[in-house]
Design a protein around this ligand. Structure first.
Ligand SMILES: Nc1ncnc2c1ncn2[C@@H]1O[C@H](COP(=O)(O)OP(=O)(O)O)[C@@H](O)[C@H]1O
Ligand SMILES: [Mg+2]
Length: 562
């Protein structure tokens, strides 16, 4: 870039070393950076998509096909490429699935825009066309979506199965889909005409060992802490307490949640008490003893058999509790206390003096179990818990980590369907239908925008072609057949991956929430148009920005098959 001159004197506006690119060059560099990102995840799309192995700076390995995780771990620096990463994040935060789809569409929209720019079409014309196309696409989606009954569990399971199909754990998708539906139905709360579903209330615990098929859902929670209680009750015979249980396993458990320490409160300032008389010393200790015993007595009077304490428990208080066979766990995390409250119905008590039977919660069993090399507290058999736990088992750490990500997607899609009970078929069927209708719509739009609308239609078709490509099918043949079928009115014709043929995806029970597809189109369009509107990139000398070249398509350390 040449420096502007004023009567022979250069006018310096930017700091030395700043990097500036403008117009077509800036646009070209940005588009290429975004495209490279989309290319990196494209091969992961769909049931036959490949997984990525990501190794971080510490050598930790993540194996995943989840679009957001791949992009997060890639540690992308280029600002335009980062905007595509944002698409995946938005998609994940809003609807929890469809991240790869959104990124692939965004990349393709930009690729098509590049062709239009080569034909001297102005970026604002392209963005206008893209906006019109997205608006029309959303309308068509609403029109073709299939409403379902919010109580239709079979359909919800089908939606969860579709989401799980593209994951490592797809072999167990039926089992996991059932668990996801059961979990969401359990924690959903009707508030007037709205249904509140807080995914965080599904606690995910995972532990290597056993197999994925042995993953279970608990009507309760697992606290990753062992019992503080000794498990032996000195006043009772053997290990069995007078109230009929050992203190490491309590049946019919009445549960107290206490968020203060079961200790004598320390003074806020350092105080020194000099006791010279040994009898006074005894009095002093007796007082402490009595105070702790009273504290424990209050809990016992309320009828608690289990105490979860957010803070510490004094050894003496612990001894009193043990004597009554009370199961205790201390130093529980704040969020676990909240969850325990939602699961067992117990109120969190701050003032022990005020504890009442009504403050206690209930679980059929509270038990310490050894899982692998760790001792955990299982709280099971809660009555209508509003916080529950999925306990993932599996052969290896990488597998259970990916299972957790897959379950997150499945939980999100079920939540989406409960909150907005409309679905579409998957396998690229809605995208082909939208492309067909958009082409028709473009015909009626005058001006160069229609070229952009047609480009948008083609970008959507990248979903079925990528699904086909990843499954080893011939994408051209597939898209030609799909277009024909949709022209004939077969609305849900898509790429049936298991049968490796074009087929009716509704019949194949491959369903997706309308919300996921809507969000993918919206966020892809927004990212693409935002990148297309940039005609000037000014980067400070410290910025890591570099103009990407095709050679940088290969991301260091990543598989060449991507
Ligand atoms: N059995 C199936 N046959 C065809 N397509 C499927 C099947 N199961 C899932 N899909 C498709 O795979 C795509 C989702 O793939 P996925 O790898 O999960 O990416 P995303 O991150 O976008 O959810 C969707 O288009 C969905 O319709
Ligand atoms: Mg998915």
């Amino acid at each position: 870039m040449s420096t502007p001159q004023l009567a022979g004197t250069p006018v310096l506006i930017l700091k030395e070393g700043s990097n500036r690119s403008r117009g077509r060059d800036a646009l070209h560099a940005n588009i290429m950076a975004a495209e490279i990102v989309a290319e990196a995840v494209r091969s992961a799309l769909g049931p036959k998509g490949m997984d990525k192995m990501l190794v971080d700076g510490l050598g930790d390995v993540t194996i995943t096909s989840d679009g957001r995780t791949v992009l997060d771990e890639m540690d992308i620096q280029h600002p335009a490429a980062k905007m595509v990463v944002e698409v995946a994040k938005t998609q994940d935060d809003m609807v929890g699935d469809g991240t790869t789809t959104a990124v692939v569409i965004a990349g393709e929209l930009l690729k098509k825009a590049e062709d239009l720019l080569d034909q001297k079409i102005h970026p604002t014309t392209i963005t206008k066309g893209y906006r019109q196309a997205a608006e029309t696409a959303l309308k068509v989606l609403d029109e073709i979506a299939i409403p379902i009954e919010p109580s239709n569990e079979k359909m919800m399971e089908a939606v969860a199965r579709t989401s799980l199909y593209s994951k490592i754990i797809s072999g167990e998708r039926k089992h996991f889909a059932k668990i996801a539906v059961q979990a969401i139905k359990q924690i959903a709360e009707e508030k007037g005409r709205k249904v509140n579903v807080d995914i965080d209330q599904v606690q995910i615990q995972k532990k290597e060992g056993k197999s994925l098929g042995e993953t279970t859902i608990l009507n309760g929670l697992i606290i990753s802490k062992e019992a503080a209680s000794t498990g032996t009750c000195p006043t009772c015979v053997g290990n069995v307490c007078e109230i009929g249980s050992t203190s490491k396993s309590v049946k019919d458990a009445k549960i107290a949640l206490i968020n203060r320490a079961l200790e004598i409160k320390k003074t806020e300032f350092d105080a020194k008490i000099q006791i010279r008389d040994p009898t006074k010393m005894k009095l002093f200790m007796d007082k402490e003893h009595d105070m702790l015993r009273d504290m424990v007595q209050k809990i016992l009077d309320a009828g608690a058999k289990v105490v979860f304490c957010q803070k510490g428990i004094d050894d003496l208080a612990q001894h009193f509790l043990d004597r009554h066979g009370i199961y205790t766990v201390r130093n529980i995390k704040d969020e676990d206390m909240e969850k325990l409250s939602r699961a067992t119905g117990a109120k969190i008590v701050t003032r022990i003096n005020d504890i009442e039977p009504a403050d206690l919660g209930y679980a059929a069993t509270v038990e310490e179990r050894e899982v692998g090399d760790e001792k955990m507290t299982f709280v099971e058999g809660c009555k209508n818990p509003k916080s529950i736990c999925i306990f993932i088992r599996g052969g290896a750490k990488h597998v259970i980590d990916e299972a957790e990500r897959a379950i997150h997607d499945a939980l999100c899609v079920v939540r989406n369907v409960i909150q907005d009970p409309r679905i579409v078929a998957g396998g690229g069927a809605p995208e082909v239908e939208l492309a067909r209708r958009l082409r028709k719509y473009a015909g009626g739009v005058g001006g160069k925008e229609q070229l952009a609308i047609n480009a948008f239609a083609e970008a959507l078709e990248r979903i079925p072609t990528t699904l086909a490509e990843n499954a080893g099918l011939e994408p051209i043949n597939v898209i030609v057949e799909l277009r024909k079928k949709h022209e004939e009115g077969q609305l849900w014709s898509g790429v049936n991956i298991p049968s490796k043929k074009v087929g009716d995806m509704e019949e194949a029970q491959v369903h997706e929430p309308l919300k996921v597809v809507r969000q993918a189109i919206t966020s892809a369009m927004e990212a693409a148009t935002m990148i297309l509107r940039i005609d000037d990139v000014i980067a400070s000398s410290k910025s890591p920005m570099e103009t990407p070249t095709r050679a940088s398509t290969e991301i260091p350390g990543m598989s060449p098959y991507m």
